[in-house]
Design a protein around this ligand. Structure first.
Ligand SMILES: [Cu+2]
Length: 173
């Protein structure tokens, strides 16, 4: 937790000063850091609200911003979290957690991220991160090739993600 905080400080401090220095402003630097959030995603054998849904990340969609941390938490055994090979924004770092290992991923690049549990990918244990402005790769990752139950889960996930983004677009106009 402390370490994550420090990484956020280094990263956002650098980015913020690069932007703000030409304007001669620096007082706002820490605001972004204070606003950084840790989002917890649980790795579960059964969905807490629907026991017929097995092998799940909960929540399976996270709306986040650059500087936030996604923490994948091992609740049930036998799962991992890893980013999908072509399912992350250009320039973003991939991650691959070990089985039964928690993962803390600090987001540095905005866009859409697909990830999955390796042993349960085709059983539909997949998820989506939406970070900042996702217009750069959202439609592209949506068109990825999905197999087995992975496809069904992503249909559902993207239907809900479309709604989230449409609501935001309506709110900001
Ligand atoms: Cu799994």
């Amino acid at each position: 937790m402390k370490q994550t905080r420090r990484e956020n400080l280094v990263f956002l401090g650098g980015a913020a000063s690069a932007i703000l220095t030409p304007l001669g402003a620096s007082a706002g630097d820490t605001v972004e850091v204070e606003g950084a959030v840790v989002h917890e995603v649980q790795m579960l054998n059964k969905h807490p609200d629907n026991s017929r849904e097995r092998q799940v990340f909960v929540p399976d969609i996270v709306r986040a911003k650059v500087g936030d941390t996604i923490k994948f938490v091992t609740v049930d055994k036998g799962h991992n979290s890893e980013s999908s090979k072509k399912g992350i924004p250009a320039g973003a770092e991939a991650w691959r957690g070990k089985i039964n290992a928690d993962v803390e991923y600090v987001i540095k690049v905005e866009g859409a991220y697909l990830y999955n549990c390796k042993p349960h990918r085709t059983a539909g244990m997949v998820g989506l991160l939406l970070v900042g402005d996702v217009s750069g790769n959202y439609e592209e990752v949506k068109k990825s090739r999905f197999r087995g139950k992975e496809r069904k889960r992503y249909e559902d996930i993207f239907a809900r993600a479309d709604e989230i983004l449409a609501t935001e677009a309506a709110g900001s106009s």
